[in-house]
Design a protein around this ligand. Sequence first.
Ligand SMILES: [Zn+2]
Length: 287
Amino acid sequence: MKPASPDHQPPADADARRARAPVICYPVGGLPAPDLALYRAARETARKIDEVTVPPRDARSFEVPAGGFFRITCTEGSQVGDLNLWNAADLSERFYSGKTRALHGTHLSTGDQLWSSFPALRPMATITRDTLDWYGFDSFGGAVHDVIGTRCDPYTHNLLQGGQYHHCCHSNLTRALAKARDLPPAKAEPHVHDVLNVFMCTGFTRDTGQYFMKTSPVRPGDYLELFAEIDLLGALSACPGGDCGAEHSSDSAACHPLRVEVFAPAKDALAGWTPPPPNGYDGSHGL
Ligand SMILES: [Zn+2]
C-alpha cells in the first residue's frame, strides 16, 4: 500500500506529472470479435447433455465439448462460485486470469472472452449471457464476475489466522480436479489456478487500493452462460464465503449449492465456426 506519510517530498512538477492522461494498455479493437449472434442462434438449438450440482463448500468438475455451452446458476440462495478451466486434452493450457484482466478489464460480462495461458493464449470460452449485466459498477467501485481475486486458499488463511481449513476454494478445486483426472492431490494442486469469481462482487478501495468484497447481488435464477471455444474441463467451487458479504475461509457464512448445466447445439448450428488455433508466436524468443 502507498504510505500515508511518504518519506520523500513531491517534486515541483508533481501535479503536472499526475495530470498526464492514462492510455489503455491493450486496446482490444484489433481482436477478432466473437460472433455472439451465431453463438446465440446456436444456443437456441441446444439440448442439455449434462447437469452437475456443486455442493456448498465443495467443488465439482464438468466437461464441455468445443462449440457447447455451460450455464452456472444460483439456485437456492446468494452464492459465489470460483471457476477454473483447462484444455480437456492438456491441463498445461489453463485459464489465464491476469491476461484476461489486462485485455477485458477487472470484471467480465457478455462478449468478454476467457483467455488461456502461454504459449496457446487463445480464447477458451466466451460469455454469452449474464443476468447480472445490469449491475455495472456501484458507488464503491464494486462489480461482479471479477478477474482480480485469486481464490480463497488454506495457505493465506493459515498466514493470517492460523489453523487448518480444508474447504477453501483452492482445496475444493484441487479435490475436484484430482477426482476428474484420477490424480493424487499433490499432482492435481499445481494445476489449480487463479479463478473467474462468478457472481462475486469486488473492487479496490479508492483510498488504499485494497481488494474488497461485498455482498453479492446474485439471486436464485441468476446465471452466467459461456460458449466453449475449445474442449474444456471445468471445475467450480461453491465458496465457503457464501455471498461473500462478511468473511470466507470458514464455516460461519451461509452457503448454497450452484448448478452447472452443459448444452450441445444441433449439428450444423455452428456452420463456418472452428475452434481458435493456438497463438501464432513462434516461441523462439530470439534464440
Ligand atoms: Zn472461495
